[in-house]
Design a protein around this ligand. Structure first.
Ligand code: AMP
Length: 438
């Protein structure tokens, strides 16, 4: 199984997958040369009408993998759509992801003359009701708002032929599984179904068995594709010194499009304000912000007017911004899968990226879990007092304790650190390329 986004010599071309001429033209216009592994494996199966289980995270090209076959099949089948009806339904856990999928449908569906719409919570219903009144070919929805609209009879699901659940594990995390089951129960049993999930906890496995019938299975391993290409480093730094460290690192102009992850919404707001006060244009994105404010922040970030976007995990899921130079884990996530999702915001679409993690002593166990899951040791930058304490505690003499070039928990770290310093001796780390053996 291919497990990254690069293109091996035997990788098929888009023209080998059964896609029609109009879609191939659009892909050419998008500058897509070759299918990603998930596209190469999923598209032929889906064009054949099979159900699909895709174990793949964002950044692998999975959106095109499911939207292209849907668009092609809808365009080929001229059956009309009843008023308030839907032919293909895509469920997504977050508003941002729903909007992105909708944008992808519009882009990839250019010239196919299909009607699409997106419905999501947090915005007035009027426009959504109007768009649905004549029926749509493809609807992208978050589960709660969709159920609202079904209950008030603004939309009906009896004409749905294709059902997609995207980021099913996140649906579970966010408590949407019950709604998802309810919606699936409203769709007729003779349909094509697809389920995508970055991870396969037992509950998602169960859901997949309920919803999919003899599915083709495409698995892009969890620590790929992005993780391999990302330079991952850790700073051992106490929580109160993290902001100063971040501000110092941001003096490096190479950190030109940065996503910083915090654990809490409040922490995200506070950090974005502080960075802006320090002269670094920043904004925060999290679940307490209105949809308008989230979209505005994303647009400013995409357009380069905001250099740092501070985000919480849920809000950041599915953010599709190319050219993110660095991801900073201001606090480590306590679920190691979230680490993989976070750092996958950089190194999108084949690019390289850098992920910096700030680790307070209380986060040591989180770091261990991350290294265990990714099967990689993160490069330790510097060897400051915290590292010394750890070594002393373990009864060992710290290597390079108090040595130069590392962040000491106060003062200014070398900006080279943000780009690509040599790991300190205490990193005890094999050279890049051998790391996975660790
Ligand atoms: P996704 O995993 O669907 O979120 O896609 C990640 C990014 O890859 C998006 O920015 C897509 O526009 C881009 N992308 C998807 N497929 C390809 C491809 N075959 N070649 C180049 N870029 C792609």
């Amino acid at each position: 199984m291919t497990n990254d986004n690069t293109t091996p010599a035997n990788q098929p071309a888009f023209t080998d997958l059964g896609l029609d001429a109009q879609i191939l033209r659009t892909l050419g216009e998008q500058g897509y040369d070759t299918p990603t592994p998930v596209q190469a494996q999923a598209i032929p199966a889906l064009l054949d009408g099979r159900d699909l289980l895709g174990v793949a995270q964002t950044g692998t090209g999975k959106t095109a993998a499911f939207t292209l076959p849907i668009l092609q099949r809808l365009a080929a089948d001229k059956t009309g759509v009843p008023n308030k009806g839907v032919r293909a339904l895509v469920l997504a856990p977050t508003r941002e992801l729903a909007i992105q999928i909708h944008e992808a449908c519009r882009t990839y569906g250019r010239g196919l003359n299909l009607r699409s719409a997106v419905v999501l919570g947090g915005v007035p219903k009027g426009k959504q009701q109007r768009q649905l009144s004549k029926g749509v070919d493809i609807l992208i929805a978050t589960p709660g708002r969709l159920l609202d609209l079904v209950n008030e009879r603004s939309v009906r699901l009896d004409a749905v032929q294709t059902l997609v659940l995207d980021e099913a594990d996140r649906m579970l995390d966010m408590g949407f599984i019950h709604d998802v089951r309810k919606i699936a129960g409203m769709v007729k049993a003779e349909r094509q179904s697809m389920l995508f999930s970055a991870t396969m906890p037992g509950e998602i496995d169960k859901l997949a068995r309920e919803l999919l019938s003899n599915p083709a299975r495409v698995e892009i391993t969890p620590d790929a594709p992005a993780v391999e290409r990302i330079d991952q480093r850790v700073y051992h730094v106490r929580q109160p010194a993290k902001r100063e460290l971040l501000s110092s690192l941001l003096q490096d102009p190479e950190m030109d499009r940065v996503i910083v992850f915090t654990r809490t919404k409040h922490g995200a707001d506070r950090l974005a304000k502080q960075l802006s006060t320090d002269g670094v244009p920043s904004d925060a994105i999290h679940g307490n912000k209105t949809q308008g404010a989230r979209q505005h922040a994303l647009k400013q970030f995409r357009d380069g007017r905001v250099r740092v976007l501070v985000a919480t995990d849920i809000a950041a899921r599915g953010i599709d911004v190319d050219g993110v130079s660095h991801v900073v884990n201001f606090e480590l996530p306590n679920v190691p899968e979230s680490y993989v999702h976070r750092i996958g915001r950089t190194a999108r679409a084949g690019a390289e990226g850098v992920a910096l993690s700030f680790c307070d002593p209380s986060e040591q166990n989180d770091l261990k879990r991350i290294e265990k899951m990714t099967k990689q040791r993160l490069t330790i930058i510097g060897d400051g007092p915290i590292a010394s304490e750890r070594h002393a505690h373990a009864g060992r003499k710290p290597a390079n304790a108090g040595g130069k070039g590392g962040y000491q928990g106060k003062g200014k770290p070398s900006n080279q650190a943000a780009r690509g310093p040599k790991p300190s001796k205490s990193g005890e780390r094999p050279p890049r390329g051998n790391r996975r053996a660790a």
